[in-house]
Design a protein around this ligand. Structure first.
Ligand code: MN
Length: 250
């Protein structure tokens, strides 16, 4: 049925040669996504897309509204749909997301990529805010100074990890098992909770930046460095501090 519709819409495009061809294709793509999304919502709604605490355009000019909308409503939603489909009817349904991450080597690549995708993006939205930027305060500020010498040194190291992550992935600020801060990077949708990450790079992420091209390409094209520089203007240090305290307490 989908093939038939696609064939028909392609034939229509060829016949009419109108600018609406792209529109027709997009509509068809949405139609393809629709029934699946609905089925997940009805049957496998184990994880759901978290609402943002701000509007899609709230992080402008640092992160543009279109990128935020596509990133949240399409990319993140797709990770959730695929993750739900993968774990529905399995014991993973009843495990916490963190528990799944920590034993990820025991699970499929589908669970690893999409469960990681959900965890990472949920954290990413939380550590940004239109009221962000500035500097951390209190215990977190002291811990950053102790671990990196200064906030500037930390930012440089974080930036370097974002820049040197070849291809898609993430740069992280983590709290390791000793309660110390470290900067790390992971490929794809891996994260520092996962047992596939080297021991000395494992820990609880409290800040992360998504360096997949889908996170910046519309506005920054290939200028990943400009995107990471702009990211500091929207970092929600209060949220990062809260995650720091939670990580220390866990
Ligand atoms: Mn992403």
């Amino acid at each position: 049925m989908k093939n038939l519709l696609t064939t028909l819409s392609m034939a229509l495009c060829a016949a009419l040669l109108l600018t609406s061809c792209q529109e027709a294709t997009d509509t068809q793509r949405d139609a393809d996504n629709g029934p699946n999304a609905q089925a997940v919502a009805d049957n496998n709604e184990i994880y759901t897309l978290p609402d943002l605490a701000y509007d899609y355009d709230a992080l402008e000019p640092h992160i543009d509204a279109k990128t935020m909308e596509i990133h949240h409503s399409r990319h993140h939603q797709a990770y959730i749909n695929n993750f739900n489909d993968a774990i529905a009817g399995t014991p993973l349904e009843n495990m916490s997301l963190e528990e799944i991450m920590k034993n990820i080597s025991e699970h499929s690549m589908t669970v690893r990529n999409n469960g990681g995708g959900h965890y990472n993006h949920a954290l990413f939205w939380e550590v940004m805010s239109p009221d962000g930027g500035g500097e951390p305060e209190g215990d977190l500020a002291a811990a950053i100074d102790e671990a990196f010498g200064s906030l500037e040194n930390f930012k440089e190291e974080f930036h370097r990890h974002g820049m040197t992550q070849f291809g898609s992935g993430w740069a992280w600020l983590i709290v390791d098992e000793n309660g110390d801060l470290k900067v790390t990077q992971t490929p794809n949708q891996d994260n520092p909770l996962m047992d596939v990450v080297p021991d000395d790079e494992r820990g609880t992420p409290i800040l992360g930046v998504d360096v997949w091209e889908h996170g910046y390409y519309l506005h920054y094209q290939n200028r990943r460095g400009d995107y990471i520089n702009a990211f500091w203007n929207v970092v929600n240090w209060d949220a990062v501090s809260e995650k720091y305290q939670q990580a220390l307490a866990s």
